[in-house]
Design a protein around this ligand. Structure first.
Ligand code: NAP
Ligand code: GLV
Ligand code: GLV
Length: 338
């Protein structure tokens, strides 16, 4: 009988998701209540064939050096900016992630933030809860409508396009900036107009970020670009905090130089600056973009399928793009190199 692959799941998910991994793998759960410390992670990964990692886990050369048996990494997220990809390519260790299954959940979260900021939903809720709703007033909590507005989408990939579909349904005009232009057919379906980022920021009423965090996108939205926004602009970020100069964004919000912001991600998570938490023109979420039961279970299934395929010598479907490219010209199964 062959031994089951030894797998470290760096922290507990939830029972249905963990159950998937328990039959086919010799599973160790790092911690039930919290993320592992760096030292704990490097210790627990020793002797493992695979590791299922969370966004806050830094997956780098030191981790590889601590885990000489490691053959594959499975990241419980679609974004993989926590992983030092070149070293995993060099050492022949594939990396899996969770595209598609969380696209709708994350686009919904971005859209929920947009409606909540535009319609002042949180302020209105607080007003009622505080017992202040004593009389109907014509100008109470006047807000911004969505239909007819111009939305600027930055990063038109899976989630950006899903967000665009929602905007289209609400009668908005769609502009987008992205590394690669969509096909004419896709642009026609989404009624989306391609535009350089600088122009998009000046033109859009609402801006929503959907780029990954990379060296090119770090502070893509810096102080100067924030200054290009309209005074009535609403800024939504469900991508990654460091894509935006957070301190500069807070200044603009404090001065009322933009209408408001809806944020699910922050520059130094889980730190959310006090100054941001004091503002009334923001809606703040604790990085829950993909946190529906459906998406989070789908993410576990996708990683399970990928790991199972890998350990039976097949090419997993959910390799990160750099690895998808790579398997075009390296034979599979792979021999890890140290
Ligand atoms: P995706 O399909 O890869 O889309 C990313 C898009 O950004 C692609 O169109 C890509 O262009 C574009 N892009 C990449 N680098 C760029 C650059 N330097 N300038 C302009 N555009 C650039 O990824 P996705 O599935 O939509 O996910 C996007 C990101 O959302 C993830 O990386 C993650 O950080 C974040 N996310 C957050 C949550 C949450 O809980 N808040 C949940 C899921 C995802 P190409 O077409 O040329 O590649
Ligand atoms: C969540 O932020 C993800 O990248 O999946
Ligand atoms: C408002 O409730 C209206 O009937 O116009």
């Amino acid at each position: 009988m062959t031994m089951k692959p030894k797998v470290l799941l760096t922290r507990a998910l939830f029972p249905e998701a963990e159950a998937l991994f328990k039959t086919d793998f010799d599973l160790e759960i790092g911690n039930k209540e919290r993320m592992l410390t760096r030292e704990e992670l490097l210790e627990k990964v020793k002797g493992k064939d695979a590791v299922i990692t969370m966004m806050p886990d830094t997956i780098d050369r030191a981790l590889l050096d601590a885990a000489p048996n490691l053959k594959i990494v499975a990241n419980y997220a679609v974004g993989y900016n926590n992983i030092d990809v070149p070293i995993f390519l060099r050492r022949n260790i594939p990396v899996l992630h969770t595209p598609d299954v969380l696209t709708d959940a994350t686009a919904d979260a971005a859209f929920a933030l947009l409606i909540a900021v535009a319609r002042r939903i949180i302020e209105a809720h607080a007003y009622v809860v505080a017992g202040r709703f004593k009389a109907w007033k014509p100008a109470l909590l006047l807000s911004q409508g969505l239909s007819g507005k111009i939305v600027g989408i930055v990063g038109m990939g899976r989630i950006g396009q899903a967000f665009a579909r929602r905007c289209l349904g609400f009668g908005m005009k769609i502009l987008y900036a992205s590394r690669t232009r969509l096909s004419e057919e896709k642009e026609a379906i989404l009624e989306a107009t391609y535009m350089p980022l600088e122009d998009l920021l000046k033109t859009a009423d609402f801006i929503s970020l959907h780029v990954p965090l990379t060296e090119e996108t770090r502070h893509l939205i810096d102080r100067k670009r924030l200054d290009d926004l309209k005074p009535t602009a609403i800024f939504i970020n469900t991508a990654r905090g460091p894509v935006v100069d957070e301190a500069a964004l807070i200044k603009k919000l404090e001065k009322g130089e933009i209408w408001g912001a809806g944020l699910d991600v922050y520059e130094n998570e889980p730190d959310v600056p006090e100054a941001l938490r004091q503002l009334s023109n923001v809606v703040l979420l604790p990085h829950v973009g993909s946190a529906t039961l459906e998406a989070r279970l789908g993410m576990a299934r996708l990683l399970y399928d990928g790991l199972t395929a890998f350990f039976s010598g097949k090419v997993p479907k959910n390799l990160i793009p750099e690895w998808k490219e790579r398997v075009k010209d390296v034979p599979f199964p792979l021999i890890p190199t140290q």
